[in-house]
Design a protein around this ligand. Sequence first.
Ligand SMILES: NC(=O)c1ccc[n+]([C@@H]2O[C@H](COP(=O)([O-])OP(=O)(O)OC[C@H]3O[C@@H](n4cnc5c(N)ncnc54)[C@H](O)[C@@H]3O)[C@@H](O)[C@H]2O)c1
Length: 339
Amino acid sequence: MKGNTMNFALIGYGYWGPNLARNIKSIPGINLKYICDVDPDRGKNINFRYPGTGFVCDCEAIANDKEIDAVLIATPVKTHYLLCKMMLDNGKDVFVEKPLAYSTDHAQELVNLAEKNEKILMIGHTFLYSPSVNEIKKIINSGELGEIYFISSSRVNLGKHQKDVSVLWDLAPHDLSMFHYWLESNPHWVSCNGNNYIIKDIPDVAFMHLNYPGDICVNLEIAWLAPSKLRRVAIVGSQKMLVYNDMETLEKVKIFDKGVDYKDPESFGEYQLSYRSGNIFSPYISSQEPLYLEVLDFYNSIKNRTQPVSNGRLGLNIVKIIEKAEQSLNNKGEQVKLV
Ligand SMILES: NC(=O)c1ccc[n+]([C@@H]2O[C@H](COP(=O)([O-])OP(=O)(O)OC[C@H]3O[C@@H](n4cnc5c(N)ncnc54)[C@H](O)[C@@H]3O)[C@@H](O)[C@H]2O)c1
């Protein structure tokens, strides 16, 4: 760090890296010293777009540069472990894109290493910084929905097929991190069905079922093979129901005053149900960019030496669930316990 300015480096400048670079550059107090990508073509316009930011193809230059305080990693999933380890070993605070690693063992090792070296380890679970997701957390915590019964989520679209990992590792981290954040717990078990229709051995569609404490049923559908893009979560509670549709530009979150009241039967078989259908309310939600808030949390965590919202332990929990879901998928949807 020079004066009050921190030196950052970004590794991986493919599809997602440029979005991180744009947000890093918009935070005063950060100097983006390097962008690194193994593909030299990715560096072509960097000088023009970000004058003063250097481009390197080998990340060792970053690891060995004592001036670099922190590194953001946006490379393919299977490269996360070695890159994170290299940067933590060289005294850097690390932000790595979701998921933290491709196995629980590797994720656990990285969490331990960060804790031992007293370094920040943050995971790019971007939805935890979405104003909609935070509004939903407030609504759940206020008790307005009542007891949560179940959650059903769809995250499907046509593409983009990843070459190295299944749809589970690519898309499920988004929803699983939201469930963890809202329910503040881990599931007891997971079961998962799915298949690979386009690329051999890389499942492109999966249907996950999870059981959370309180007997909350969660259903998650994820796919790279779908007729239209869906980003929709429904949360059904004993008092009200909520729909979060991230495809809406306005009114992403709607609360439905709907439910069923059940009265115990006075005599055998005479139970009574009354269905309620009242107002629909959509709260005001700020339009701040989640990715900006995410990078800002990384910066503030480094400055104040505090844990970010999307910290290493949360990232480890998500990896554990995905690993068990993949085990279930490979065993015809058997229920797999999460210890
Ligand atoms: N948070 C989000 O919403 C979000 C969205 C998309 C992708 N992602 C995550 O971002 C990461 C990257 O995804 P992508 O879609 O940008 O992939 P991509 O393949 O488009 O880009 C990855 C880049 O990393 C480079 N690279 C690979 N190995 C490298 C190494 N060892 N050193 C330096 N550069 C290296 C590649 O050349 C490529 O340019 C993944 O972890 C993915 O899950 C997150």
